[in-house]
Design a protein around this ligand. Structure first.
Ligand SMILES: Nc1nc2c(ncn2[C@@H]2O[C@H](COP(=O)(O)OP(=O)(O)OP(=O)(O)O)[C@@H](O)[C@H]2O)c(=O)[nH]1
Length: 450
């Protein structure tokens, strides 16, 4: 156990809070892909804000250019208030280091607000969780997660369908598709800053905004050039709520609207989720008039797809290699023949789809255990034949022929004859172990699935 964290956890939290300063320090987390303009925006904020702002910068495996830049632009007396974490990503390996650094910062310095600039390849949720459930939640209060979007790149990649590099991570060889991370950052935030407004036309900017509204309907959206926003826009945002932000992504709302109140989540742990849905043979749900998302603009729509039948692994992989250009996002749980235990999350972002084992179907457990899980989830609707195994996806795209996509998805389902046959001989690219991922891209149809 880390000595500092251990001590902190074992002591009364009030020990850390000076008697005359019981208020936790507000925190803003700044996300956005590499080069979106986070540092530019932060530098402006430091120049214009009327309060003392401490900054924690995380660059992955690079010379810490951002920290130097921010430091050079601030009038802080010592410069110590800019803390750099360089040897990893704060969203994963550096969780403990992040907590330690911000607690140390809080003990040693007085400031009114903390901004954490996440690395461009970081997932925002684990960072936010450090301030909500981790030890940093004592002295700090997470105010908002702000995601900066490069309007030009976002338009070309998602609103225009241009093929983009599939993978990018620390040192350029990560395992998550870059587009998936970009959309996760968009989906998990309170405020979206559409930066580089000078590099897009008005019409392109409007398309980007419409798409962002569909992807994260709850977030406020501001457009900017070189991060030129008033400090109040960034710092006066309402309090962050982990569950609210996590559940407000467009794809998730669609799935929940489809499934009705209390439906189980789709982010894994299928064996301990909290709801169910009517066991329908299939319900392609048109979303018109649905309050789960903003009205359709610029041909951008969200759709639901639900079947209680598994995908044929080869046909499904083939579909993922030839997705329609306009499909921006698909996310949800999939049942893939030959993977009877594994609840597999399918996450499409632009051309790249990641399949990840995120849980186990309850139906895959021994009967006694199934009953225990089901007792804990009285709302779970159970299919007599298939239990909780299902395909349930939310699809977001522009100018997509939804009926054609629906029938292509249906063609991927096992036929009645295949349902009765042996599924073990299929060429199956789907992952097997918990947390294991496989990426399939339609930008590079010749590439092997793995
Ligand atoms: N044209 C234009 N360029 C911008 C704008 N905002 C930032 N830039 C430029 O884009 C480049 C990247 O900006 P940064 O602020 O370093 O981006 P970042 O998100 O901090 O990048 P990483 O730290 O690499 O993740 C710099 O050359 C900026 O000058 C803008 O609104 N318009």
């Amino acid at each position: 156990m880390d000595p500092e964290l251990g001590r902190f956890e074992s002591e009364d939290r009030r020990v850390l809070a000076p008697a005359n300063d019981p208020m936790p320090v507000p925190v803003t987390i700044l996300c956005g892909e590499l080069g979106a303009g986070k540092t530019t925006l932060l530098s402006r904020l430091l120049e214009s804000a009327d309060r003392d702002i401490a900054v924690l910068v995380n660059d992955v495996g690079e010379v810490n250019v951002d920290a130097d830049l921010v430091e050079a632009r601030t009038d802080l007396e010592t410069g110590d208030e800019v803390v750099a974490l360089e040897n990893g990503c704060i969203c994963c390996s550096l969780g403990g280091e992040l907590s330690r650094a911000v607690i140390r910062l809080w003990k040693d310095h007085e400031f009114d607000h903390l901004v954490v600039e996440a690395s461009g390849v970081g997932e925002p949720e684990p960072i936010a969780r450090q301030f909500v459930r981790g030890p940093a939640g004592g002295p700090y209060d997470l105010e908002a997660v702000v995601t900066v979007v490069d309007a030009r790149r976002f338009h070309d990649r998602f609103a225009d369908g241009e093929a983009v590099p599939v993978r990018q991570g620390p040192n350029g060889e990560g395992t998550r598709p870059l587009s998936d991370l970009v959309l996760e950052q968009v989906e998990f935030c309170d405020l979206l800053v559409v930066n580089k407004g000078d590099l897009v036309s008005d019409a392109e900017r409007e398309r980007v905004v419409a798409l962002l509204e569909m992807l994260q309907p709850r977030a406020a959206i501001e457009t900017a050039e070189y991060g030129d926003l008033e400090p109040e826009v960034l710092l006066g945002v309402e309090r962050f709520e982990l569950e609210t932000v996590r559940d407000s992504a467009g794809w998730k709302r669609q799935i929940e609207a489809d499934a009705g109140e209390g439906e189980h989540g789709t982010d894994g742990n299928h064996d301990c989720s909290d709801g169910g849905d009517p066991a329908r043979g299939g319900d392609h749900t048109h979303s018109d008039g649905d309050h789960a998302h903003p009205p359709e603009r610029y041909g951008i729509e969200v759709e639901g797809y639900h079947r209680r039948r598994p995908f044929h692994p080869e046909r499904f992989a083939e579909l993922l290699r030839s997705l329609p250009d306009g499909l921006v996002r698909a996310k949800g749980l999939t049942w893939i023949a030959g993977r009877e235990d594994q609840a597999i999350t399918t996450s499409t972002a632009g051309a790249a789809t990641t399949l990840e084992v995120t849980g186990r179907w309850i139906a895959s457990f021994a009967e006694e255990r199934q009953e225990t899980y089901r007792r804990g989830q009285p709302d779970l609707v159970w299919d007599e034949e298939h239990g909780d195994r299902e395909v349930r996806l939310a699809l977001i795209g522009r100018d997509v022929d939804w009926d054609a996509l629906e029938s292509r998805l249906d063609d991927c389902l096992l036929s009645d004859e295949e349902m009765a046959a042996d599924w073990s001989d299929y060429e199956n690219p789907a992952p097997t172990g918990m947390g294991e991922t496989v990426t399939i891209s339609s930008a590079d149809p010749e590439a092997p699935a793995r």
